[in-house]
Design a protein around this ligand. Structure first.
Ligand code: DAH
Length: 338
């Protein structure tokens, strides 16, 4: 441009077009410069008042400027109305991270632990890889006793090592670091070489209990068991104690609870008997007390073992123990949300 007036116009108009942020704003810019009362239009109107020699060049340059601005406007118009290459919709809900849930067995153990905490019990753990000595010998299970076969043990290749078949050996470990009076429960995983079905797994959970003090009697055991099951399943449940045999207790009792599914009338879950077997128990055998270096003439005690999987299944209404080890998140979710 040779006319300074037009150069300023060109500069200002180009800047206004470049900074227009929307199609509407751009239209305002167009009206402001090229509209009927626009700035460039106004300048063109002054043409007739200009000296003759100026008119030709000024007129030609002003028209060239008009064409240039129209081009800039239409290019900017295209740019503003084009869709963004990657549309971002900030209103779309985000991806919620999947939540984990505590396993129902873990929840069951916590309920049991809470009940026993209330009775002043300690909670202890023991090794899952055991020696024959702790799993059987010290618990008064003779070498040729069928209980060793009954438990269908997983023996490890190293002689004398096995996967514990019961939590009872922790009784002996605990007494190595604690002296009577003791009250302890031992939740933990145990292993048996068994075919699995709806109520059997090769790995499952037990909770052992042990009380040793002066003057502990069988009625203490009955009261403790009654408190445990009524706390878990409500005051209506009934308990039945049956004589049984365990090498580490004498006398020994198995405890049955009235079936919580049929209320004791008889149904497929309780084999029509109205009763469910919940665990074993008894007064600690004098030989086991001696193995703990506890004098049976001074102290007595009771012990018990309950199946945690079975408790969980009854508590949550789960029909097949294998579901709880399936790793299926829907199972955990259904228990959590029910
Ligand atoms: N250890 C037994 C089992 O696995 C359960 C048991 C019975 C534990 C009697 C005890 C007990 O402490 O006194 O079958």
């Amino acid at each position: 441009m040779t006319h300074p007036e037009l150069t300023t116009l060109q500069h200002d108009a180009a800047a206004a077009i470049a900074t227009a942020a929307s199609v509407d704003a751009l239209e305002q810019v167009r009206v402001e410069w090229l509209g009927r009362n626009g700035k460039l239009t106004g300048v063109l109107r002054t043409l007739k008042d200009r000296p003759l020699e100026e008119r030709r060049t000024f007129g030609a340059e002003a028209n060239a400027l008009r064409v240039e601005l129209e081009h800039l406007l239409s290019a900017k118009q295209k740019q503003l109305s084009a869709k963004p290459a990657l549309p971002v919709d900030l209103t779309i809900p985000g991806i919620t991270p999947a939540l984990g849930y505590p396993h129902p067995i873990r929840l069951m153990l916590e309920r049991i632990e809470n009940i026993f905490h209330g009775l002043g019990y300690d909670v202890a753990e023991g090794p899952e890889v055991e020696t024959e000595r702790y799993n059987f010998d010290l618990l008064n299970v003779p070498k040729d006793h069928p209980a060793r076969d009954m438990h269908d043990t997983f023996y490890l290749t190293q002689r004398g090592l096995l996967l514990r078949t019961q939590t009872s050996p922790v009784q002996l470990h605990y007494l190595e670091t604690h002296r009577p009076p003791v009250r302890v429960i031992v939740p933990g995983r145990v292993y048996r070489h068994e075919a699995t079905d709806a109520s059997h797994e090769a790995a499952f959970f037990q909770c052992e209990g042990l009380v040793i003090d002066r003057g502990i009697r069988l009625t203490d055991l009955l009261g403790t068991f009654t408190h445990l099951f009524k706390s878990l399943f409500g005051s209506k449940v009934k308990l039945r104690f049956r004589p049984h045999f365990y090498p580490f207790t004498e006398p020994s009792l198995d405890v049955d609870m009235s079936c919580t599914i049929c209320g004791g009338k008889g149904c497929p879950s309780c084999g029509q008997s109205g009763w469910l077997e919940m665990g074993g128990s008894g007064m600690v055998h004098p030989t086991v007390l001696e193995n703990m270096k506890v004098d049976p003439n001074v102290f007595s005690g009771f012990a018990f073992g309950v199946g945690v999987d079975r408790l969980m299944m009854l508590y949550e209404g789960v029909g097949d123990v294998r579901r709880s080890y399936s790793g299926d998140l829907r199972f955990l979710e259904s228990i959590h949300l029910s």
